[in-house]
Design a protein around this ligand. Structure first.
Ligand code: T4K
Length: 369
């Protein structure tokens, strides 16, 4: 077999450097490097149009976005969330001064199970932070109903959900706020970055203050804000990236379909079902290693690794099993049986726009053994 490149779980897409160069020359010329510069403005407007949402605030990364989304509501108390996510989700709750309460996930969507949310509520519950994991939509209707009934805020961790639509439009329109990540590993990347989608103009105005120290003008500071601004370099990159995003998502979709076809007859592993009523951005390609497979998930992970295929166990260990969270009452494994099982079965295969069919064939042959 010809020498093969290492296959990481993702490979960031970048535009041709020549396309970016005029924007960089402009920045070099103007010396406007940050604090609501022209490319920042341009990208916010372009994203509002592309995503089909109105109130868009760029941020330096999604973690700061999630923290600010909680500070904006002046929340204090408990936030119901999923243990099956990137650790940043729960860290953001803790860093905002709130207490995470873990709720089990649905075995099909792998998202927060709405049927279990009410049982986890206490008089201290202030908000729900669901995650559209792998860009697969949460049950937004059920979550919205619960939030209205109990007067809770909903902050979606939409880190994976760039450009995903459901039958009513952008998935990002749900809840009080949604936070998307533009990290290098994401479908749409600005090296580091993210965006907060607010439900209304007042919320956006408060978020925009919070991301710049709460500064209104030279003499007025309105809130205890932080520095969560996106700089002009990242914003300019975003402007150029957006020109290519549809093609890149389409190529991810082609690779996703190829995996599904190639893995169809492979014993011991199962692809997640294609969700209905929503589009996908094909952020990841998660598979589940069946309990009766002739190998364990970790054996498969090591087998691939030995051949230069760096699949990742997203998301294992469960956040609720990490040392700083495992003593919370809601973190007990018996409280989270579905998440516990899924975390032991999940494996994300490499998926990125320029992944070749031959490379996928090699990966699938390694899995088939
Ligand atoms: N909520 C959720 C649900 C999230 O998934 C995340 C982030 C957040 C919140 C927070 O969003 P941000 O604050 O980051 O905007 C990565 C990312 O650092 C993290 O952003 C992401 N989720 C998470 C799922 O993945 P690691 O520690 O797994 O990344 P790392 O460095 O191991 O990279 C994975 C692979 O990607 C590497 O093996 C190679 C490739 N890679 C990575 C980078 C950074 C590249 O080829 N080039 C690169 O520049 O966390």
């Amino acid at each position: 077999m010809a020498a093969s490149r290492p296959l990481y779980v993702t490979r960031p897409a970048l535009p041709p450097l020549d396309e970016l160069r005029p924007l960089l020359e402009d920045i070099w010329q103007s010396r406007i490097l940050s604090n609501d510069g022209p490319y920042h403005e341009q990208l916010e407007q372009a994203l509002a149009q592309y995503l089909g949402v109105e109130y868009v605030s760029l941020v330096a990364n999604a973690t700061l976005g999630l923290i600010m989304a909680q500070r904006q509501g002046n929340l204090a108390g408990e936030v119901l969330t999923t243990p099956f996510s990137f650790v940043g989700t729960t860290h953001a709750i803790q860093l905002a001064g709130l207490t995470p309460v873990f709720v089990d996930i649905d075995p099909v969507s792998l998202n927060l199970d709405p049927a279990r949310i009410e049982a986890a509520m206490t008089p201290h519950t202030q908000a729900i932070m669901p995650v559209h994991i792998f860009g697969r939509a949460c049950d937004t209707t059920a979550i919205n109903t619960l939030a209205q009934r109990h007067k809770l805020r909903v902050i979606y961790d939409a880190a994976h959900a760039f450009g995903v639509n459901d039958s009513g439009g952008s998935l990002l329109r749900h809840g009080d706020l949604s936070v998307v990540s533009f990290h290098a590993t994401k479908v749409f990347n600005t090296f580091e970055g993210g965006v907060i989608i607010s439900a209304n103009a007042e919320t956006k105005a408060e978020i925009d203050l919070l991301r710049n120290f709460g500064i209104v003008d030279e003499l007025t500071v309105a809130s205890i804000g932080m520095n969560a601004k996106m700089n002009e370099f990242c914003a300019a990159l975003g402007v150029v990236q957006l020109r290519h995003i549809d093609r890149l998502i389409a190529r991810r979709g082609e690779a996703d379909l190829r995996y599904r076809q190639m893995l169809n007859d492979v014993k011991g592993v199962r692809c997640l079902s294609v969700p209905t009523g929503q589009s996908l951005n094909y952020y990841n390609f998660p598979i589940l290693v069946e309990p009766d497979a002739p190998f364990t998930r970790d054996e498969l992970y090591e087998r691939l690794r030995a051949e230069g295929v760096y699949a990742r166990r997203y998301f294992y260990p469960l956040i609720s099993d990490l040392p700083m969270y495992r003593d919370l009452p809601s973190a007990k494994p018996a409280n989270l049986p579905v998440a516990q099982a899924v975390a032991k079965q999940i494996l994300c295969l490499p998926l990125f726009p320029d992944l070749l069919a031959d490379e996928q064939q090699r990966i699938v042959e390694l899995i088939a053994g």
